[in-house]
Ligand binder design. Sequence first.
Ligand code: ADP
Ligand code: MG
Ligand code: ZN
Length: 474
Amino acid sequence: MFEVVIGLEVHIQLNTKTKIFCSCATSFGEKANTNVCPVCLGLPGALPVLNKEAVKKAINFGYAVNATVHKKSVFNRKNYFYPDLPKGYQISQFEIPIVENGELFIDFEDGSQKRIGITRAHLEEDAGKNIHEEGYSKVDLNRAGTPLLEIVSEPDIRSIDEAIKYLKKLHSIVRYLDISDANMQEGSFRCDVNVSIRPKGDEKLYTRVEIKNMNSFKFIQKALEYEIQRQIEAWEDGVYEKEVVQETRLFDLPSGTTRSMRGKEDSDEYRYFPEPDLLPVILDDKMLEEGKEIPELPDEKKERYIKEYKIKEYDAAVITSSLLMANFFEEMISEGASAKNSVIWLTVELLGRLKNGLSLETSPVDAKKLSALIKRIEDNTISGKAGKDVLDYLMENDEEVDSVIEKLGLKQVSDEGALLVIIDEILKNNQDKVEEYRAGKDKLLGFFVGQCMKASRGKANPAKINQLLKEKLT
Ligand code: ADP
Ligand code: MG
Ligand code: ZN
């Protein structure tokens, strides 16, 4: 009945060494108010100088999302008062951002993709931080002046799932480009979520609510669930006009609800005007050309994997979603595991075992070891099932694959002599079934295989057992 409309504004902190308009360090977690100078403190008379690295990273981003990178862009003053903003204005780009009209593709489980438009991406400076504790409010200005790229999407997103997919794809792209560490806990990748509803089939955009400053996929999910439900209920109860107004809301984690923070400020309330202390940014051809030099991105890598390794589209999307995982996968293959098994053992078996704060980065089993394990399955030394036991063991113990196989006694028996002993025994004990099989009850083969596997305590090579049984039974 209703359709959800979502547009996202994401702020990423660019990983330059120094701030956007001064040479203070951008390092995180320093003692309060130590990475500051007259420029980022907003002292009178101090003059900003634009950091070229920040501009380069913005250009890289523009080309990565097929956008227009403007040769000329302009910084403005966005005026407002807040204790963490000592100048009384933020330097940001407004009418002429550096990047405009881009796109990004999100991946669905069935292998299809959807395009989400990127309206613009502009450079700006971050504010400081207010800290409220023990009855005091304190201001830390270490973050003031850190370079941000604000990336604004079109209202093309139609579900919570699409919103999360968009954010994950964007997160992945900026990490591939190495323009941001995109660490969500530290606030280097945070998001304002704009959401409205409309009757399905209606083309017009309805009133949107903006949920500010979200820095976790899980919270974004929860905030959207609540807010969409609130809007739908207001509509159904006939109080939509009254309850759903254009405003900024905050997500309250303990209650899982959103609440009104302030009414919508119009852009003219910020009294934007061109920053008089900075010239317009003019990019020369050399900078534009160099900005096009970007690494292989998730979508290209995905296409290459599909072609090169013949793996499924969605598997390729999952693996290329992080550079770390893609590199892990490629290392497994170069170590000799097949692509098909590498996909399964990486995305299902290993990822499924990385719990309790473990990630691929801190995984006790590295690509080389996982590949060694797969090779032992592929050369029939152990069964796939035994492989899972070996992996369980390796998650807890730093040992070599072959010695674990030995230690756990998992080596598969392929030796014909040994297998025939088992087979003869089983056939002898099941004379009646042998008769039935020979009389045409083919289904019984499975029974014999099962018995032999059981007798070998799972160690017999099943393919070999199958073959030998057939020979014996004819
Ligand atoms: P502002 O500049 O006031 O923040 P914008 O028009 O630039 O407003 O939109 C900000 C974000 O809100 C964009 O991501 C846009 O896609 C999204 N948006 C705009 N209208 C709607 C709507 N009706 N429902 C959901 N999202 C919307
Ligand atoms: Mg906005
Ligand atoms: Zn400074």
